[in-house]
Design a protein around this ligand. Structure first.
Ligand SMILES: [Zn+2]
Length: 328
C-alpha cells in the first residue's frame, strides 16, 4: 500500500536522487558563475511530495511519515548532516481534531532536521512545514502550494549551499580549482522541516521548546510557506521588528536594484506559520508568494500541476544574492 516504501522502488529512487545530484554538481562546477537554480529539481520534489502515495502528508496511512522519510533520503543525498535522531525529532500531537487535518491526540509525528557546517557556529536557518491536511474520507488534500513548494525551496537552498562554491567565488572574487569541494561558508546553515503546522504549529512549537540548536546563535531565520505562483511578488511577515528590519530592508534593496519579484510586501508579525514560536528566540521572518498561479488553498485542487514556477528562478536568485550579502 505504501508504494514508495517498497525496497525496489526505494532503491530506484535513491539511484535517481544520486544521478540527479551528480548531474547538478557537474553543472555547478562548470557553470558556477551562473548557478541559476534549476526549477526542474523543485518541480520533481513538489510533485513527489504531493503525489497520491503521500496521502496528503497527514495522519491517514502515515502520509506524514512517508514524506518525512522522503526528506531524510533527500537530505542524505545532498550531503546535509543530521540533527536529532538521524534527522528526526519526534513529537506527539496534544489534541484530537475531527476536521482536516484529522489527527488523534497522542499520534506521533516528527520534524526533519539537518545542517551544513560553516566556518563559525553562527547559524542561518531555513524552515518549511512539510505535512499537510492529509485525507478526509477518500479525498486527498495534495498540498503542492501548501507546502510542498516551500519544502522544495528549502531543499533547493540546501542543494545550493551544499555545492560549496557559490559564496566563496562570488564574494571573494577568487577563481578556485574544481577540487577540494565542498568549500565552507562563513555561517552554518540549518534546514528544518516541521510537521504538525496545519494542526496549530505543533512541530515548530515543540522545536522551540526543545531546540536541537543553540537559538541564541541564530543570526537569521527564514520560514517559507506557500511558494508556488508569485506573479504579484512576495510578502514578508514580521518584517518591521527591530531585529528583522535590516534583513528585510536588504532584500527590498536588492529587489529594487534587480527586480526579481514584482514587489516585496511587509507585514507585522502574526501566528500564521512556523516562524511564530521561533521569532521569540531569534530574528525570524516568514515569506510567501503573492498572486498565482497555484491550484488552490486548503483544497483538493492544490496539485503539483497547478503550481506555477515561472517566478521561481528569480525568487531563488534573490535569496541567493541576499545570502551572498549576509556572508560578506
Ligand atoms: Zn502552510
Amino acid at each position: 500500500m505504501q508504494i514508495i516504501d517498497r525496497p525496489t522502488d526505494k532503491m530506484r529512487k535513491v539511484v535517481r536522487i544520486f544521478c540527479v545530484s551528480i548531474i547538478f554538481n557537474f553543472q555547478f562546477s562548470i557553470f558556477n558563475s551562473v548557478t541559476a537554480q534549476d526549477s526542474s529539481y523543485v518541480r520533481r520534489v513538489i510533485c513527489d511530495l504531493s503525489a497520491p502515495e503521500m496521502f496528503g502528508r497527514g495522519m491517514q496511512n502515515r502520509g506524514d511519515s512517508i514524506a518525512a522519510e522522503y526528506l531524510r533520503q533527500e537530505l542524505r543525498a545532498l550531503g546535509v548532516k543530521p540533527l536529532g535522531k538521524d534527522y528526526f525529532q519526534y513529537f506527539r500531537f496534544p489534541n484530537t481534531r475531527t476536521t482536516p487535518p484529522i489527527v488523534k491526540a497522542g499520534y506521533r509525528s516528527q520534524n526533519v532536521c539537518g545542517y551544513i557546517p560553516g566556518e563559525t557556529d553562527t547559524m542561518i536557518v531555513f524552515t518549511a512545514h512539510y505535512e499537510h491536511l492529509g485525507m478526509h474520507g477518500d479525498t486527498i488534500f495534495y498540498g503542492a502550494h501548501d507546502n510542498a513548494s516551500g519544502t522544495a525551496a528549502v531543499l533547493d537552498l540546501a542543494r545550493l549551499v551544499g555545492s560549496g562554491q557559490w559564496v566563496v567565488d562570488s564574494i571573494r572574487g577568487q577563481v578556485l580549482p574544481t577540487t577540494n569541494y565542498p568549500l565552507s561558508t562563513k555561517y552554518t546553515y540549518v534546514f528544518l522541516f516541521f510537521g504538525g503546522e496545519e494542526s496549530g504549529l505543533v512541530g515548530s512549537a515543540y522545536f522551540a521548546d526543545i531546540p536541537l540548536i543553540k537559538m541564541n546563535k541564530v543570526k537569521f531565520l527564514m520560514n517559507i510557506d506557500l511558494f508556488c505562483g508569485g506573479d504579484d511578488g512576495l510578502m514578508i511577515v514580521n518584517a518591521n521588528a527591530p531585529e528583522t528590519k535590516p534583513y528585510v530592508d536588504l532584500l527590498e534593496q536588492l529587489n529594487n536594484e534587480r527586480h526579481y519579484a514584482a514587489k516585496i510586501g511587509r507585514r507585522d508579525n502574526a501566528a500564521n506559520s512556523d516562524h511564530w514560536h521561533l521569532s521569540k528566540q531569534c530574528p525570524a521572518v516568514f515569506i510567501y508568494t503573492l498572486g498565482g498561479p497555484f491550484g488552490g488553498y486548503h483544497s483538493p485542487t492544490d496539485t503539483c500541476e497547478g503550481c506555477g514556477l515561472g517566478n521561481y528562478n528569480n525568487f531563488m536568485t534573490l535569496l541567493k544574492t541576499f545570502l551572498e550579502h549576509i556572508e560578506q
